[in-house]
Design a protein around this ligand. Structure first.
Ligand code: S3P
Length: 178
């Protein structure tokens, strides 16, 4: 679904940002799409880990969420992107500062949308995700529902919104070309 927000001129040629909740498959889909488009893939969480020398969990532990959000926004805006690449973003990134506007101005944005129950079943390994590491399945479902209400107003600003359940990279590429 193209949500009618203005499309940039970049098509599949510039920066392509994948956004969405934890567990929706941004990193995996970014790798697959990068292969199809024969372009590099940048994972901003991995870049934060590289640059800070801390895992995301360690970063939260040491400096707190506010510092993480500033660091993540700086990383988004100052990264030296190749001319054409697919960028996997952290689940919270679009919802802080003007990050969503910035991505829409600099490339294509694709929201990988998924139901809360599907997200729960995909979020087995929670230890590396500080916001949800102590929740059981029931608590996680409630948490995701609540968070999605806060976050969807941002996610829904993506130029392309696509159902991420059973999504293959071919469909994703097609959505970009429409
Ligand atoms: C977060 C999502 C994580 C990571 C951090 C915070 C969030 O990324 O940036 O743990 O606020 O939703 P993934 O969506 O890649 O798990």
């Amino acid at each position: 679904m193209n949500n009618g927000n203005s499309r940039s001129q970049l098509g599949a040629e510039g920066l392509i940002f994948l956004i969405g909740y934890m567990g929706c498959g941004k990193s995996t889909k970014a790798k697959q799409l990068g292969q199809r488009l024969a372009c590099p893939v940048i994972d901003l969480d991995a870049e934060i880990v590289n640059k800070s020398g801390k895992t995301i969990a360690e970063f939260f532990e040491a400096f707190g969420e506010n510092s993480f959000r500033s660091y993540e926004s700086e990383m988004l805006k100052n990264f030296d992107y190749p001319q054409k690449c697919v960028v996997a973003t952290g689940g919270g990134l679009p919802c802080f500062f003007d990050n969503m506007d910035w991505m829409n101005e600099h490339g294509e944005t694709i929201y990988l949308k998924m139901e809360p129950s599907a997200l729960v079943s995909r979020l087995h390994n929670r230890q590396k995700r500080p916001l949800i590491k102590d929740l059981d399945d029931d608590q996680l479902l409630e948490f995701i529902k609540e968070k999605l209400q806060e976050r969807e107003p941002f996610y829904n600003q993506a130029k392309i919104i696509i159902d991420a359940f059973d999504l293959d990279a071919e469909k994703l590429e097609e959505a970009l070309r429409k």
